[in-house]
Design a protein around this ligand. Structure first.
Ligand SMILES: CC(C)(COP(=O)(O)OP(=O)(O)OC[C@H]1O[C@@H](n2cnc3c(N)ncnc32)[C@H](O)[C@@H]1OP(=O)(O)O)[C@@H](O)C(=O)NCCC(=O)NCCS
Length: 176
């Protein structure tokens, strides 16, 4: 049997920062960034972070937890900071912080967070194993811990896990 031991990857080594200028073709009739455009930018930034983690082809398995809290205006700069928060067998959760940099003043405000899930696949599209992720900072550790419960919730909703198997998620409710 051939066993492949993959070197763990530090969360910081997956960091991907992208910046986008909101142009007229990205906006609705109110001059606000369209949600679908932001989802596309998030997809690209998080796919690069997941690729940096495993160095393989990755596909978007799920778009999780995206909400649009504040309108983003024409001429603003959107800065997306994406990092893998945890890896499992073939899947990786990517956590994103989204900032808006005001075009005229340069003031930078955090406007949102988003989470996407990617799966590493081979040339036939079959899932393949990825390296373990090593969190270092306090925030990375908090997101790493929460990722297990979020994965269980996603898999229950996708019909891929029985609720009784989600022990960490269940423990969260039992505590309260
Ligand atoms: C994602 C994909 C590769 C999963 O393949 P699958 O045969 O369903 O695989 P499995 O059920 O064996 O699951 C493989 C991994 O995907 C994860 N996964 C599957 N469905 C998921 C979902 N809805 N949400 C989160 N993770 C999911 C599983 O948890 C598993 O992770 P693990 O290996 O870390 O434990 C497959 O569904 C696919 O190719 N989807 C299309 C991807 C794509 O085209 N994306 C762009 C959309 S436009």
């Amino acid at each position: 049997m051939y066993l492949c031991f993959m070197k763990p990857v530090y969360a910081k080594d997956t960091l991907t920062i992208t910046t986008h200028l909101v142009l007229p073709e990205n906006t609705n009739t109110l001059g606000n960034l369209m949600g679908g455009q932001l989802l596309n930018w998030l997809d690209i930034a998080s796919a690069i972070a997941a690729h940096r983690h495993c160095r393989r082809v990755v596909v978007t398995a799920a778009v999780n937890n995206v909400s649009f809290q504040h309108p983003i205006k024409l001429g603003d700069l959107v800065v997306i900071e994406a990092k893998v928060s945890r890896s499992f067998n073939s899947s990786m959760e990517v956590f994103m912080d989204i900032f808006v940099e005001h075009g005229a003043t340069g003031e930078k405000t955090k406007c949102n967070e988003a989470i996407y899930t990617f799966v590493a696949v081979d040339q036939l599209g079959n899932p393949i194993n990825v390296p373990e992720l090593l969190p270092e900072t306090e925030v990375e550790k908090i997101r790493f811990d929460g990722a297990l419960r979020r994965r269980q919730l996603r898999l229950i909703l996708a019909g891929k896990m029985k609720p009784e198997e989600a022990t960490e998620l269940k423990a969260l409710f039992d505590r309260h």
